[in-house]
Ligand binder design. Structure first.
Ligand code: CAA
Length: 383
């Protein structure tokens, strides 16, 4: 085992950290307040090759490894979870999923443009009445000549209102359960495809979250991703990528919470000394340090498994479960350190605390992660 970062990983870390400080930090609070999608940041991330970090060079990326991919999510998450979420969906749920399941033509057509940020992608699995029970989706795809006609609604879709392409999962056979679902790459400009932005979220307020409405959307058969009836596997494998960068983003966000709390605790004087010198405050810092370090190790272990190309669903879920719960514990303690000041928008901890909350909910709730982990070990499905 080697716990050292490679030169390449260190280089990515400093590059993204510098970008985050210079380009994201100055506008993050304002974008959050105004629910403003960070278009200029997204454009610059594309130009700098940040979206392409883990994409192979032959598809326009930087060809870095999976740990570098986590490091990008961590560094973005440290300052702005909205931007980290945009990155996760674009790269993990969409680009890597097309790379894994797409044919050569699809990979060449979409992946370089996702890597450069020329186009944005979103991932349409969840529906108004189908969340944890993803197989119960109601969206349909009916064969019609050389196309399929898609109908249905997709809910809580990150990047949904700004995406150029959407991965849409729909039933091609209503009686075949998970094996009746097919994945499609849908151009969002196709007639019948519309979106409705969702506002006033608790957190991630500068990322776009939307409902997708598909009414008789004609999608050519060449846009099937993978095979007919294999769409559920496509979705689940996408979540193996997506949950990885959620976990990494949680480590980054927890680090961000820690960093601002540390600065404050060293400056704020009560009872005649900086509050960092009080034992009950120190206990909270020790808890935060242990939590963040444990989470980071779990994430990098998954990166190591991904680099080796071995199955890692169980380990991804362990990391996602731990890190998403962990960041809420850390955000709570970090805000506690600030006392009343933490409750105001004067310090970023207020935004960090709100942004932490989504992580135990999306890309599979903590309860779903637990069921997958237990099922994998016990060999008995709870479903
Ligand atoms: N990779 C590839 N295939 C997989 C897989 C994986 N990780 N996990 C399961 N599969 C395959 C299985 O092998 C099985 O295939 P076969 O029929 O050929 O054997 C098939 O998928 C069905 O698997 P299960 O029987 O395990 O499926 P299930 O219905 O019992 O339960 C579940 C699955 C774990 C509950 C799943 O539905 C799940 O993860 N639910 C949560 C959904 C979720 O995370 N949604 C978040 C959406 S993304 C989001 O949040 C929006 C955003 O924009 C960020």
């Amino acid at each position: 085992m080697n716990f050292d970062m490679t030169e390449e990983q260190q280089m990515i870390k400093s590059m993204v950290a510098e970008f985050a400080e210079k380009e994201i930090v100055p506008v993050a609070a304002e974008n959050d307040l105004n629910e403003k999608f960070p278009w200029s940041i997204v454009k610059k991330m594309g130009e700098l090759g940040i979206f392409g970090t883990v994409i192979p060079e032959e598809y326009g990326g930087g060809g870095f490894d999976n740990i570098a991919h986590a490091i990008v999510a961590e560094e973005l998450g440290r300052v702005d979870s909205s931007v980290r979420g945009i990155y996760s969906v674009q790269v993990s749920l969409v680009a890597l999923t097309i790379l894994k399941w797409g044919n050569e033509e699809q990979k060449k057509k979409y992946v370089p443009r996702l890597a450069s940020g020329e186009i944005l992608g979103c991932f349409g699995l969840t529906e108004p009445n189908s969340g944890s029970d993803a197989v119960s989706m109601q969206a349909t795809a009916v064969e019609d000549g050389d196309s399929y006609i898609l109908n249905g609604n997709k809910m809580w879709i990150t990047n949904g209102g700004v995406a150029d392409i959407a991965l849409i999962f729909a039933k091609t056979d209503k009686n075949a359960g998970a094996r009746g679902i097919t994945a499609f790459i849908v151009d969002t400009k196709t007639p019948g495809f519309s979106t409705r932005d969702i506002h006033q979220k608790l957190g991630l307020r500068s990322s776009n979250t939307a409902e997708l409405i598909l009414t008789d959307v004609r999608v050519p058969k060449e846009n099937i991703l993978g095979e007919v009836g294999k769409g559920f596997k496509v979705a689940m494998s996408a979540l193996d990528f997506g949950r990885y960068t959620v976990a990494a983003g949680c480590v980054g966000l927890a680090q961000g919470c820690y960093d601002v709390a540390k600065k404050y605790a060293l400056e704020r004087v009560q009872f005649g000394k900086p509050i960092a010198g009080h034992q009950l405050i120190q206990e909270m810092f020790a808890d935060m340090i242990v939590d963040i370090e444990a989470g980071r190790l779990l994430v990098y272990r998954v990166g190591h498994l991904k680099n080796k190309g071995v199955p890692n669903t169980r380990e991804v879920c362990v990391a996602k479960l731990f890190c998403s719960e962990m960041v809420n514990r850390v955000a709570y303690k970090a805000l506690q350190v600030f006392g009343g000041y933490g409750f105001s928008g004067e310090f970023p901890i207020e935004r960090y605390y709100r942004d932490a909350r989504i992580n135990t909910l999306y890309e599979g709730t903590s309860q779903i992660q637990k069921l997958i982990i237990a099922n994998k070990d016990l060999g008995i499905s709870a479903f």
